[in-house]
Structures are given as C-alpha cells and as structure tokens.
Design a protein around this ligand. Sequence first.
Ligand code: VAH
Length: 312
Amino acid sequence: RILVTGCNGQIGQVLVPALQQRYGKQNVFHSDVRGDVPIHLDVTDTTALLKLVQEIRPTMIYHLAAVLSATGERDPVRAWQVNLNGYFNVLEAAVACKVERVFFPSTIAVYGPDAPREATPDDAPTRPTTIYGIAKAAGENLAAWYRKKHGLDVRVLRYPGIIGWESAPGGGTTDYAVEIYHAAVDGQRFRCPLSAQRALPMLAMADAVRGTIEYMEADAEKILQPSGYNLGGFSGAPADFAGAIQQRMPDFAIDYVPDHRDAIAASWPEGLNDSAARRDWGWQPQYDLQALTAAMLGHIGAARAARAAEAA
Ligand code: VAH
C-alpha cells in the first residue's frame, strides 16, 4: 500500500493516477491539507499523521506536501513548518510503522550561486538562498540520518522545474513555464516574471512522474548514491519557450517583467548533470523543449476545445 501526501499539488495530481494505474486504486491512499481529497491531512499535525500511517500501514510513502520557493519567501514560518517539521513527522511515522521506502522530493533550489552554473553535478556544494531550498537541503540531511540511524530507505530526487499539461503549479519560481503555454492557447500576451535569458533546468511532468516511480521501484543495490540524485531534462530560458511556441503560433507575444522570482532563479543552476541517475538506475528523459511544447499546446488546446464544446 502507498500513501501520498500533498496529492493536490502540481506533481501529486499526476503521480496519484500513475500510482493507481500501477498498483490499483485500492492500494493508493492520498491526502492533502486542502481541496477535495479522500483524506484530509495537515502533515504538521504529528498525531494525525502518525494515526493515519498506523491505520494504512503503507509500504511506501511519497511525501509531496511542501510550500514552494516563491511562496516560502513570503511565508517562511509556514514553509519551515511544512517543509521540515511535516517531513520530520513523516520520517518518524515511517520508522514507527516500518514503512519500507519513503520518497523525498528535493530540488535544484538546494544549490546556491557558488554551485557550477552549467551541468551542476550531484556533489556540487549546496548553499541555498531561499527558505524552501534551506529546508529541502536540511531534509536531504535528515534522510541520510534516518537511513544511518534506522536503516530507513529514504530516496531523494532533486527536481528541476516541472512542466505538465495535467495540472497547475502553485507558488514556484518555475510556474511561468506552465502558465506561458496556457496564455498562448488562450491567445493572451504573456507577462513573464523572469528575464528572457534566465535559463533553468526543466523537465516534463510525464518524465518526472515516470522517473520517480522507476527510482522508487529500483532494487536497493542500484541506489549507489543514498544522498540522492539530480533528475535532469533540458535547460530552458523564457526566450527559448517563447521561441518554441512562436514556431507553432507566430502571433504569440511575450513581455519580460522580472520580479522577485527572477532573483531566486538567478541563484539556481542553468542546467543539471544527471549522469549518475542514468548510470545507476537507468534514468532517461523523453521530452526535449520541442516535444514538450508540441505536447503542451496539443493537450491544453484540446482541453480548451472540449470545454468550449461543453459550454455550447
Ligand atoms: C519551484 N517548482 O519553483 C519548484 C521547484 C526547481 C523549482 O523546486 O519552487
């Protein structure tokens, strides 16, 4: 049985159906603190979380509940409570209930300006400059402590910006890379909060979800880096996304109006070296910028047409 926390988030909304497909709906329990959920759970409620894990007795926990980078800078207290204390509760419950594997989503936000900008390796220095990145870097170290102290198999992936047609992002610095496609399909001029050349590592949602499940199912002896892995896809800047869209929709227009998120993005790498994940457990992304752009415009366009037909 599997428990997913933060199921209503950008990744959770796609991961849960993928897990249900793989393991059967009856074996996937999913929770969130907000929205329409089968299980209401605030991961900062230690007692409620332990009670839920005792009831479900999951073999795996995918802990997705988190406050992302941009929101975290505005509400550092909540970000710390959720991103560290909530995660701490998950680890304690996992040990108490003998959960076999725990997934902890880390992020390129653990890297700071002193990490190599291009092809940042897994072992680059992690000196984050956001509360979100600081909590996630601490979380990676917590994973190592629980692995050493309790033998808990906590698996860590450092996600780049994740772009999918299936769900809306919330509170991240990379949210623009999803919103830009919706603006294009809606025929709206897009106001981009990052500067034109601000490149970041990006990954298609479909690749991220498939890769995460493959990683969690990999035999333990393949995980040669217990501290975790970069999960890379491609490097893209706003101007690259705009160009790929304009190849298909020449009238698409964009304005670059950098805000606080541009400074956050400037502290992150522009590209990742994920060769260790490819070597150890066979990671292989399938979408590059062109393929993702075609898929995003196709799926979002089809959903828009379906809504228009329904309304007619
Ligand atoms: C964010 N989407 O923007 C998340 C992610 C690498 C970025 O951690 O905060």
